[in-house]
Design a protein around this ligand. Structure first.
Ligand SMILES: Nc1ncnc2c1ncn2[C@@H]1O[C@H](COP(=O)(O)OP(=O)(O)O)[C@@H](O)[C@H]1O
Ligand SMILES: [Mg+2]
Length: 233
């Protein structure tokens, strides 16, 4: 459904991603793990069209989309949730969702907001609250809800569990699993690898901008070399 072939990308002349290949099948949760600075965020930014791609190919539902602009990728129902600044802190929860719904036809917006709040009861309770007043975990849920509102086919998700307590990480991943069951594929990058790999159908290890390992989530969790190098032994 979504394929990345030999992607090279970076900032100006500095190549950060060196020939990375990834496959996400329909309805899969795929996770890319790797140490800080390995290029995880850079990879998602280049896939979404935010920074230059030097070579390689990206295919989505059989069409080449390598050099399409972010808006065009969004129109094909690919959503991107950045690591930082993924909500509007000074606006309320409801306003954050209203802005995210603007890409939908006018008559569909209200219905999608109501439906999204059903999937996120903790946000529904806090509709009028300023996003900056939410806990870190709730803010991450709001970012997820903002993507979910447009019924994406694929969500590119950057470090959903960064800085969160284990219970909150559990809740975020439960939402990811629910959304996935409804028919959305995920490509998630995480440094906090264990929870992500437990959830994922398939995983990749990215190190210094290159694919190092590829296996089922379970396979990577049980791989001794991966454990030693990337999962803290
Ligand atoms: N805006 C930028 N300009 C130049 N280099 C950058 C920029 N952002 C990140 N980098 C570099 O790209 C590499 C990968 O960073 P990043 O993709 O953020 O890694 P990760 O998300 O895995 O922690 C790092 O060496 C980082 O210094
Ligand atoms: Mg990052």
């Amino acid at each position: 459904m979504f394929e990345v072939h030999d992607l090279r990308a970076g900032y100006g002349k500095i190549e950060v991603i060196h020939s990375v290949s990834i496959n996400v099948d329909k309805n899969e949760i795929v996770c890319i793990i790797g140490p800080n600075g390995s290029g995880k965020s850079t990879l998602l930014k280049s896939i979404f069209g935010l920074i230059p791609i030097y070579s390689g190919k990206i295919i989505f539902e059989g069409k080449e989309i390598t050099y399409l602009a972010p808006e065009e990728k969004a129109n094909m129902r690919i959503a991107y949730i950045p690591q930082d600044e993924n909500i509007f802190p000074s606006l309320s929860v409801k306003e954050n969702l209203e802005i995210a719904s603007m890409v939908l036809p006018k008559e569909k917006r209200e219905e999608r907001i109501i439906n999204t709040l059903k999937w996120f009861p903790n946000l529904a309770k806090n509709g009028k609250k300023k996003a900056s007043k939410l806990s870190g975990g709730e803010q991450q849920l709001l970012a997820l809800a903002r993507a979910f509102i447009v019924e994406p086919k694929l969500i590119l998700l950057d470090e959903p569990s960064l800085g969160l307590a284990p219970m909150m990480i559990e809740e975020i991943y439960n939402h990811i699993i629910d959304i996935n069951r409804k028919g959305t594929a995920f490509l998630i990058v995480e440094q906090n690898a264990k929870k992500a790999l437990k959830t994922a159908n398939k995983g990749y290890v990215l190190d210094l901008g290159k694919n190092r390992f590829e296996d089922s989530g379970e396979g990577l969790l049980n791989n001794q070399e991966v454990q030693r190098l990337y999962l803290g032994g």
